[in-house]
Design a protein around this ligand. Sequence first.
Ligand code: ATP
Ligand code: MG
Length: 370
Amino acid sequence: MYFMKLKNKLIAVFSGIVLGPTILFSVCLITLLKSREHAHVMDALAGEPDLRDLCIKLACLIIVILVLTGITMVSFIYKEIAVPVHQLSEGTRNIAEGNLDFEIEIPGSDDHMAELCRSFEYMRQKLKETTERNIENENENRLLISNITHDLKTPVTSIKGYAEGLLDGVADTPEKQEKYLRTIYNKANDMDRLINELTFYAGIDTNRVPYNFTRINISEYFDDCVDEIGMDMESYGIELSYMNYLDRDTQIIADPEQLKRVINNIIGNSIKYMNKEKGFIYIRLKDEESDVLIEIEDNGRGIDVKDVPYIFDRFYRTDRSRNSSKGGSGIGLSIVKKIVEDHGGRVWAQSHPDTGTTIFIEFRKYKEKE
Ligand SMILES: Nc1ncnc2c1ncn2[C@@H]1O[C@H](COP(=O)(O)OP(=O)(O)OP(=O)(O)O)[C@@H](O)[C@H]1O
Ligand SMILES: [Mg+2]
């Protein structure tokens, strides 16, 4: 509609510009020549047919030139303004209707109209990105809720089962009763850990993790950590080796609590995905000039080459069918990545199916001058 209106207006304006002066000029000229003072000019023209013809031809030529200029100007302005304006209005309508894929053509010229079209295209692309990100977040949140429900259901079912066993007197010996109570306790602990993890995840999602960065001596920190983990490993029948190739006084800037979370998540995976009778976990601390390299290796079931690049993505779990029995939401390593990157570090993995997995973490060393 608007497109047609603008075109008609342009034609009307340019017709006015061409016809208006021509008619006015002709009326004035005729009036002037018909006046008594200039009657002799008309008489002279009547006596000179050649001169009269020349005047008529000149007048026609002026009109033709004016009309041609008008047509050229109308088509030029029509092409330069009306077409982009039409495109912009189409684009706006499409966006309003929710179609963010409608691309407008940007005019080749380098003027304000082209600039406006470019800005419009930029706005559309940004809107599309934001909308896609929002949809993705919404889907992930939905998935997270279904994972939470699934992960919480498993320990709750066990707790209910064992509690019923106790109430019904199935656990009739003190040993059995203790076993039932211990299982209930462990399952409640699993739920507690899961809820903590999810609360933390909700925090990192909105960048609300309160970090307490301090200078820590990495060797001392890992000595303590390994002591603690070592005790756990015994109960899983996994052997833990710890090799520290660092200078004893090497320091990094880190949040000790969050660093613990990183280590626990990685070791937790090594335990969860261990498939060997004789399990091993190696923790190595290496010196890399201005960085510290932490390697955590296991001899578990490993990860397929095709999956390795994605294991740090949130909700990514390899081989869902095989994994479903293991529980988990696929957020452990995404938390690891987020924390390490918030420390200015890097994390990556190397893995061979059936042989084992190594997770590498690199942190910058603290230097006095800094
Ligand atoms: N040490 C490992 N050995 C074998 N596979 C691993 C190992 N670490 C991670 N993976 C694979 O990477 C996937 C992602 O790990 P991540 O820790 O993010 O999630 P998850 O362990 O499945 O669940 P969550 O940690 O949330 O309980 C896992 O599902 C698993 O398939
Ligand atoms: Mg995990």
